[in-house]
Design a binder for this molecule. Structure first.
Ligand SMILES: [Zn+2]
Length: 476
């Protein structure tokens, strides 16, 4: 499914890592961690991380990986680095523990481009202003990475025995599909993931609207299927139209697809998501979301939902958007071949083969369908100790918050790991104030210092309960 060119394997292993593999384990001091100083350090690390240019393209994630490598060396933690292509660095480090299924803390190093004309600060400044840390990646997803880092280092510094391995991992290329990052590691370094049962990644977290906080923990995603549709026919001159030709065949097929209604259905994960957020919405949506499986049977409801909230509508059915069209390169030439590309997203329990058959029969035999990219659908269970631990710590921190399992319309690197049977959750221990969430891929991306500090404490509490066998934090 990865149609990008394969690059040769290039692995760099630090001297320290080699020493650790040779049998000398760095000596860990045994001391409980002072939370306030760890929080100070985390804010400083975030500023430093935001100043490293990892805009993708080209990514240059090796610079970000080296930032972590320096910290691991200073702490005496063995790590490994591997480049999937020049400059496309990935790094991981492992704290060894008992036999329980291991936990992987994953985030991506790369960020999307930023246009500094629309920012009030340099997008790579990492400056703290009015209680915010500014910089591309502050929300997506360098803060998440620093919360993982601070927690990982705290576990190491405390010297607590762990009931399971805990692996920190920072990867390249998520913003362009992850094939040079998480996807590459899964294919080229599969041994890293042996024994891993759980993953925490981006994709969920908290938001704060009018003082009311709500958390969503992502358990599954719509599954992208990107299709290229090609029609062929007699070429000719624009002055002598034929009865039919490639462009007309393609348009006719696309029109059949536009009129085709993919059957709506409410899968259990979507029911849990919609009923969990129902009371945040005005009527009639409050009532409808509480029992969406019934509501979709009423005439016109889905069309209304698409107008009210296209993102939630997308959770009720398979969808396709027409995004690219290619025709003749000259206005007076009837091209023998034209193509369209469509971005389709399947419900997470959809059998892709059956869906492809459906699309093929709607388009008709004149149109060739090529799958450019497609993932395997999977849903992570909420019946786990990790889910309960994350929920409990979140609700202890925010007693009035909502907390729901969430289905998201976009995709992250988590699908690579759900494919391996790993229970993957999208969760970041921050509550983004309303208005600031526009900074994800937008302008003036920023995170409150308070969110970073509180996020360190929450993430550490989650890990302390889920993986540590002794308290990690000093009690005041
Ligand atoms: Zn991201």
């Amino acid at each position: 499914m990865n149609h990008k060119p394969r690059r040769s394997l290039r692995v760099t292993v630090s001297l320290l890592a080699l020493t650790a593999f040779a049998g000398t384990t760095p000596k860990a001091s045994v001391a409980q961690v002072d939370l306030a100083s760890l929080q100070d350090e985390a804010v400083g690390w975030l500023q430093e991380y935001l100043r490293i240019n990892t805009v993708n393209p080209p990514g240059n994630e090796t610079a970000g990986a080296e930032f972590f490598a320096r910290l691991f060396e200073a702490e005496g933690i063995a790590y490994e680095m591997a480049e999937s292509a020049p400059g496309r660095g990935n790094i991981w480090a492992r704290l060894e523990g008992g036999d329980e299924p291991g936990l992987l803390l994953l985030h991506h190093i790369d960020v999307v481009p930023a246009d500094d004309r629309f920012w009030t600060t340099d997008p790579l400044s990492g400056d703290v202003r009015d209680g915010y840390v500014y910089g591309r990646g502050a929300l997506d997803t360098k803060t998440g990475g620093i919360l993982h880092l601070a927690t990982f280092l705290a576990l190491h510094r405390s010297g607590t025995p762990l009931n399971r391995d805990v692996v920190f991992m920072a990867t390249a290329d998520e913003e362009a599909g992850g094939f040079f990052g998480a996807g590459w590691l899964v294919e080229n370094r599969p041994e890293i993931f042996d024994g891993i049962g759980f993953l925490l990644n981006e994709g969920g977290g908290g938001s704060e609207v009018d003082g009311k906080v709500n958390f969503g923990l992502e358990v599954t995603q719509k599954v992208p299927y990107w299709l290229r549709l090609t029609a062929r026919g007699e070429p000719g001159h624009g002055s002598r139209p034929l009865t039919t030709y490639a462009s007309l065949e393609l348009i006719a097929g696309l029109e059949r697809l536009r009129l085709h209604e993919f059957e709506p259905r409410i899968i259990p994960a979507v029911h849990a998501h919609l009923s969990g957020i129902a009371d945040r919405h005005p009527e009639p949506w409050r009532t409808r979301f509480a029992d969406m499986a019934s509501a979709i049977g009423q005439a016109g409801v889905l069309r209304e939902l698409q107008e009210y909230n296209p993102g939630l509508h997308a959770l009720t059915r398979n969808t396709c958007s027409l995004t690219r069209l290619e025709g003749s390169s000259k206005i007076n030439v009837v091209s023998p071949e034209v193509a369209a590309e469509i971005d389709c997203r399947l419900l997470p329990d959809q059998d892709p083969g059956a869906w492809l058959d459906e699309v093929g029969s709607v388009l008709g035999p004149e149109i060739e369908v090529e799958v450019l990219m497609g993932f395997t659908p999977a849903v992570s269970s909420t019946d786990t100790d990790l889910y309960r631990t994350v929920r409990d710590v979140t609700l202890e921190t925010f007693p009035d918050a909502g907390f729901v399992p969430q289905v998201v319309g976009g995709f992250t690197d988590s699908h690579f790991f759900r494919d391996l049977g790993i229970t993957a959750y999208g969760y970041e221990a921050t509550a983004t104030p309303s208005g600031d969430d526009g900074g994800v891929h937008g302008n003036d991306e920023r995170v409150t210092v308070e969110n970073v500090r509180r996020g360190v404490e929450m993430t550490l509490r989650i890990l302390e309960r889920f993986a540590a066998m002794r308290p990690v934090m000093e009690e005041d």
